[in-house]
Design a protein around this ligand. Structure first.
Ligand code: CAA
Length: 295
């Protein structure tokens, strides 16, 4: 039987965390959103407020509903405010040491019956679960960017996850109107295992001169019906995030399809992380993105 969830803690108000917090608040949950400092927290909350205002402008939400959603989100920089959460979802940097440090601290603060969930895109769930005193109440809840729009949540069961915690996570994702797909704790789960080699292959095709970035992207949009071409998508996900996911997958499977192509490695050294840094396969400094001719 699933546990009752009323209050949700979200760790990290970045690209994924702010969206995860917004979706939970829109689904009626009380949300405690935690960031490391006030400036980063306000940036994340600002993004949520912008989305809520846009929904009101478009007539998709009433001002009253938008205010109620915003009112359910409580920002903090203090772990202590997560003590009474029923579910805590982490969406911090994709670094195992950082995640372990955070869980160890939270484990002593958050009530023992609460379920912990990681939004990791590639790290093993069991490695995080085992660092807590509640490995049976630990799952993966993997959202997709933008979390407000993308329908899927991969619900990951690791070897220690109890039936009750897994059912709680499945029902929670469904209660948010998401399509909850259960999957095993195997690096990359379902989507990234398939999507990451696809984006890397697009980078290799670009390296080999099969087409320009724009030609590759337009071809996949018009020829395969994808909403975004693979290089636009790589910029959208973040080339740094893509780089760390493929490093984890390569480490796990030792297969060339998961290896960073030299172009990606060089772009990361240059600090070209895609949309978030203003430049990647495209340059985002103008009105509309233009191809980065410096690659
Ligand atoms: N936050 C909230 N809402 C957003 C948004 C955001 N960041 N971006 C777009 N939207 C909303 C828009 O407001 C709009 O809503 P309405 O229909 O209510 O007006 C709707 O989404 C469509 O947006 P647009 O018309 O601006 O643009 P679009 O039709 O091109 O859609 C897109 C944008 C949804 C991002 C679409 O291009 C898309 O689906 N792209 C692929 C995204 C994808 O593959 N994501 C997965 C990445 S992999 C991942 O996340 C996993 C990982 O671990 C790395």
């Amino acid at each position: 039987m699933a546990q009752q969830i009323e209050k949700v803690g979200v760790l990290g108000a970045g690209l994924m965390g702010h969206g995860i917090a917004q979706v939970a608040a829109q689904s009626g949950y009380e949300v405690v959103l935690r960031e490391v400092d006030d400036a980063t927290l306000q940036k994340g909350i600002g993004r949520i407020e912008k989305q809520l205002a846009r929904a009101v402008e478009k007539g998709k939400s009433s001002q009253e509903d938008a205010d109620a959603v915003r009112g359910r989100i409580h920002g903090t920089v203090d772990y202590g405010e997560l003590a009474s959460c029923d579910l805590v979802i982490e969406a911090i940097t994709e670094s195992l040491p950082l995640k372990l440090e955070m869980w160890r601290e939270l484990d002593g603060i958050v009530k023992p019956e609460a379920v912990f969930a990681t939004n990791t895109s590639s790290l093993s769930v069991i490695d995080q679960a085992a660092a807590t005193g509640r490995p049976e109440r630990f799952v993966g809840l993997h959202y997709f960017n933008p979390a407000q729009v993308m329908k899927l949540v991969e619900v990951v069961r690791c070897v220690t996850t109890s039936d009750e915690a897994f059912e709680t996570a499945l029902q929670f994702a469904r209660s948010e109107g998401k399509l909850a797909i259960p999957t095993k704790d195997k690096a990359g789960f379902i989507v990234n295992r398939l999507l990451v080699p696809y984006m890397l292959d697009a980078i290799r095709a670009f390296e080999e001169g099969v087409g320009s970035a724009g030609e590759i992207d337009e071809a996949m949009k018009a020829g395969a019906g994808h909403p975004m071409g693979p290089l636009t998508l790589a910029d959208f996900v973040g080339l740094d995030t893509l780089g760390s996911i493929c490093d984890v997958l390569f480490e796990e499977f030792r297969e060339r399809r998961f290896a960073q192509p030299p172009t990606l490695r060089k772009m990361l050294s240059a600090g070209w992380f895609g949309r978030k840094s203003g430049i990647g396969f495209y340059d985002y400094s103008g009105e509309t993105p233009s191809e980065n001719t410096g690659i």
